[in-house]
Ligand binder design. Structure first.
Ligand SMILES: O=C(O)c1cc(=O)[nH]c(=O)n1[C@@H]1O[C@H](COP(=O)(O)O)[C@@H](O)[C@H]1O
Length: 276
């Protein structure tokens, strides 16, 4: 039987530390690395980041939009990134934030979560704001193929509050997302495969994460102001579920492979000191 994403992530973070590094090829970062803002520059950037990071961190999260911006040639670079990260032993979390009516969600699921698809990743980010139930085709396919989801619950940006902190039926919308993920993770050991996204940027998430039993992707370290030391105050008892994520703060140390790897190692050490 295929090993679940949750089990694979649990093993990867135990071996390499609890950190997901994002590969976000911002045009400004390409320029800072002395690269042209072209497909060739994108490819060099992505290959360097993968060479530096994929052999050492638990998970690598390419942000799809920065590749899509270059059209089909950029998407081809993304396909290569996904393959190379896997070959180097890290898990791939493709940040595409998909969410659609169920029948179309099924097509997205086939694109990103089915064996043999060129854009298949170990997990993808999805948006539940067409209703958590609309994600069911992705939940089903992820669980069937040993893959996972990270469902946006309380995002790192301040604008998220207007929707995610709204209260319906006595619970915030974000809490309802967390509870639905928890239900999908019930009885999955050692870790469920339906993760949630909760920004590390919040003073107080307002969430009860005690039953989530799946990974809590926590973006916002560095560039958005969150710090490893701050994770304890943000997540409290839920720290064991947390997978902190950082993109620009690490990528800014390129193009030196050594400097990128050192930056990732420093961040891993800092989050390990808090998460254990
Ligand atoms: O799903 C995500 O990855 C995500 C969710 C969220 O709430 N906030 C957030 O910043 N992200 C992504 O995480 C990355 C953060 O990048 P940095 O701010 O450079 O570390 C970006 O690719 C964002 O799109």
């Amino acid at each position: 039987m295929t090993e679940s994403f949750g089990a694979r992530l649990h093993a990867a973070t135990a071996a390499r530390g609890p950190l997901c590094v994002g590969v976000d090829p911002h045009p400004g970062l390409l320029q800072a690395w002395g690269l042209p803002v072209t497909v060739a520059g994108l490819e060099r950037f992505a290959r360097t980041a993968v060479e530096a990071l994929a052999p050492v961190v638990a998970a690598v999260k390419p942000q799809s939009a920065f590749f899509e911006a270059f059209g089909s040639a950029g998407v081809a670079v993304l396909e290569r990134v996904l393959a190379d990260v896997s070959a180097a032993g890290a898990l791939t979390v493709l940040d595409v934030k998909r969410g659609d009516i169920g029948s179309t969600m099924d097509a997205y699921a086939q694109a990103y979560l089915s064996d043999g698809s060129p854009l298949a990743a170990d997990a993808i980010t999805v948006s539940p704001y067409l209703g958590f139930g609309s994600l069911q085709p992705a939940v089903d396919l992820a669980l069937a193929t040993g893959r996972g989801l990270f469902v946006l619950a309380r995002t790192s940006n301040p604008e998220g509050a207007a929707v995610q902190d709204a209260v319906a039926g006595g619970r915030t919308v974000a809490q309802q997302v967390v509870d639905a993920a928890a239900e999908a993770n019930r009885d999955r050991h050692p870790l469920g495969s339906i993760g949630v996204v909760v920004g590390a940027t919040h003073a107080d998430t307002g969430l009860d994460l005690s039953a989530v039993h799946g990974p809590v992707l926590a973006p916002g370290l560095g560039a958005q102001g969150a710090t490893p030391d701050g994770l304890r105050a943000v997540f409290g008892d839920a720290l064991p579920w947390v997978l902190p994520a950082s993109s620009r703060d690490v990528l800014g140390h390129g193009p030196s492979v050594t400097a990128l790897r050192d930056a990732a190692a420093r961040t891993v050490d800092a989050v390990r000191a808090v998460l254990g």
